[in-house]
Design a protein. Sequence first.
Lengths: 350, 281
Amino acid sequence: MPATSTGVHHRSYASELTLRHTHAEKFRLLLIALAVCALPFVVTPYWLTIANQIGIAVIGAIGLNILVGYTGQISLGQGGFLAVGAYTSAVLHIRAELPVPVCIVLAVLTTAVIGAFFGIPALRLKGLYLAIATLASQEIILFTVRTWDAVTGGTDAITLPRLELAGFVFRKDFHWYWIIAGLAILAVITGRNLFRTGLGRSFMAVRDHDIAASAMGVDVTRAKVMAFAISSAYAGLAGALTAHYTGIVTWERFTLQVSVLYLAIIIVGGLGSIAGSVYGAIFMITLPALLTRFGQDIQSSWPDAAQKMPAVQVVVFGLVIVLFLIFEPRGLNRIWHRMKDYVRFWPFRY
Amino acid sequence: MITRAYRYPLNGSSLEPGVPLLDVSGLTLRFGGITALADIGFTVTQGHVHAVIGPNGAGKSSLLNCVSGLYRPQAGHATLHTGKNGAATHDLIRMRPHRIARLGVARSFQNIELFRHLTVLENLMLGRHIHMRHRLLTSLVWYGPARKQEIVHRELVEEVIDLLQIQAVRHKPVGSLAYGFQKRVELGRALCMQPSLLLLDEPMAGMNAEEKEDMARFILDVHELAGVTVMLIEHDMNVVMDISDRVSVLDFGKLIADGTPAEVSRDPDVVKAYLGEELSA
């Protein structure tokens, strides 16, 4: 149903439930699709690496947003769940010699189960207390990874061979881009779908008011455990992709810092928004990359400053989070909506 | 029963009017040393508006919370009759709240407890939660039953929206609505469950005369047009006397009177609890 001069009129609930109503919205989607397809042909290899990292971060961020933004269960355990996904997939591939797609699927399922297990404290704990409990799960998982030598190889890194599917070897970032972009798009679509059905709605009900939710017949226990499982499944996928894409699995990639980075991504992007998870991932991965690039550019002209770039990155990271919390707690997604409204109502202010 | 052009019955109970729907007996609730409810017993009859009144702190909300499973009383039973002619009985005490909701006991809260970041429509759709099937895979792909049931249940939700006259705000987040509208949405959310018993905790608290009038009208619509049995807590005696069929009076956790509004208003204990005693000279 296209927009007319009098607005958008729906004649069925089915048409109202579609995600995109107007030609303009569909056209914008087409532009985004074209941009995603064109990107690997126009950017330098360096930026293609960044694009792949963003794709993986998008999947992980959507997972975390399902848990934190939509279900209201604060989690500092994202790094741990990424580790579970990465190690499960890597170990299955190396030791059981299963094909990579099977490994990834099994990694997703394993992470979901482990996530559900570590979600059990959420049945009794809320807010900061839950954050501490998930912090414990992060440390427990990493401790297990570091000390379970027989399976994970302990603190040594696991090296994975290049991905080979049906005789084709995924050597370059260019090849990986299509896998990662495809799965990231799948993550976006499934995330969007989840929250327009009753299941996703019950998660949001638990976030807004768990007592009222239970009075409406929502099984709060089940909803919370399920949210942990679904969220961890996405994290498992992101972890498994990281493992096979980089070819090296080491526990240092999944520390608490990663958990905090993912929280920052969804705060900056917008809590409780799938689009926000994407914006946040793009922003928070691109920003350090830009700063690194900037450091390299001024290397010759101003070496002192270039040397201090890593410190500057940390400061900027913290500053961005603080500024977002103060000025736009609802994140980039909200800023984007405000910009759209500005154009839509122009020349009026509102 | 339904005389308007509504297609869906809002009453979830198949009991005949006049038979007992909820039997409360021996209900005792203690918080530490305080006895909030002491040996409460009464019967809610199918097809009635049953009011529970009493001064502040009398235990009215506690009673409702026991029936809807939010509190666990130390003793007593609350037996709900369901099925044809009340063939099946369920003791609501010690049952978890979501199980009680599945039996068709819907409620509103004293201080509005809506899902404030969701729209009116989403709040009402959550009232349909118990009637929907929630499968993970179909939800993720927005396919088949997951999509179809959103449309099917929307039809009933729209009828409730019409009944409560909240069409204009259906896409607004409830947090942004005026108080009176929020109260109405809360009533609507409970109605969307097609309740067999509707518990309303002070539906008119904090409203002006006009808003009260509207709300009383809605409750009577729900009761008379849709045939839903209502159990409500209310402070406003005029409202209670106007719309209820039966009144139970609580004071300091004890049931001091139970009868028709006329009987109760003449009861010396009730007069004493509400107006105080004359000092004997």
